[in-house]
Design a protein. Structure first.
Length: 238
């Protein structure tokens, strides 16, 4: 651990894993997750109502003030009652204390899957944007839109229709590729089911059926969300 790679005295890389700073609070992560989920739901509802108001009246909605109050209220609640603080990793003896530790297997899995899939997703995004005809940009520019609004109002909505199906396939591949963690010794879902559970129960058919069912549920959930997004983005013919 004394030979660990030190990055700005905040991140340490060693053969025992990667040690990074972490947030600690007395509220508990369940409470924080509930507050975050409630805040996101409230902000989404405010934005939805504002969009409906703009479509019905043509007036710009005043959504900034409620959103600022929600975010500020949550931050004050967490800072005042939660005693939120940052825990920094520090070398003590032959090991690190504080912060959050990622095992070498988990770190290798995350980095490998992230780099591999990010290259494909980046190419999918680029191809989807390039698939939009140049005439769309020229027509939007002729109407007086700047580059930012052209990208937001013209290019991205059309590119999303092209992007969603192949992006769904890539996410499905990511879920299935995560089972490769067994090869490097990380106890993922397949390792727990096929390894630990199978050794303890000896019921191979039931264990394999459960493993297949879990991956089926994950795949169906991703596909269902993709179908919902595709229905939202499809062209409405009059």
């Amino acid at each position: 651990s004394r030979q660990a790679v030190n990055l700005l005295d905040a991140v340490f890389l060693s053969n025992r894993g990667i040690f990074v700073p972490s947030l600690e609070t007395s509220l508990g992560w369940e409470t924080l997750a509930l507050l975050a989920g409630g805040s996101v739901a409230a902000i989404a509802d405010i934005l939805r109502r504002g969009r409906r108001q703009r479509e019905e009246t043509g007036q710009p909605p005043r959504v900034a003030i409620p959103i600022v109050f929600i975010v500020a209220g949550v931050l004050l609640l967490v800072a005042g009652w939660g005693q939120l603080r940052v825990s920094w990793p520090a070398l003590q003896g032959f090991n690190f204390s504080g912060g959050m530790a990622l095992s070498p297997e988990l770190a290798a899995l995350v980095v490998a899957l992230a780099v591999y899939n990010a290259s494909f997703i980046a190419e999918l995004v680029r191809g989807s944007i390039e698939a939009i005809g140049k005439g769309q940009r020229e027509a939007a520019a002729a109407l007086g839109l700047d580059r930012g609004r052209i990208l937001k109002l013209v290019i991205i909505p059309q590119a999303m229709r092209v992007l969603v199906p192949p992006l769904t396939n890539q996410y499905l591949h990511l879920v299935k590729a995560s089972s490769l963690a067994t090869v490097i010794g990380y106890p993922d879902l397949v390792n727990v089911f096929v390894g630990t559970s199978l050794n303890q129960t000896g019921r191979a058919i039931e264990i394999m059926a459960m493993t297949m069912a879990v991956y089926l549920v994950l795949s169906l959930a991703i596909t269902g969300l993709s179908n919902l997004q595709s229905r939202r983005l499809r062209l409405v013919e009059r």
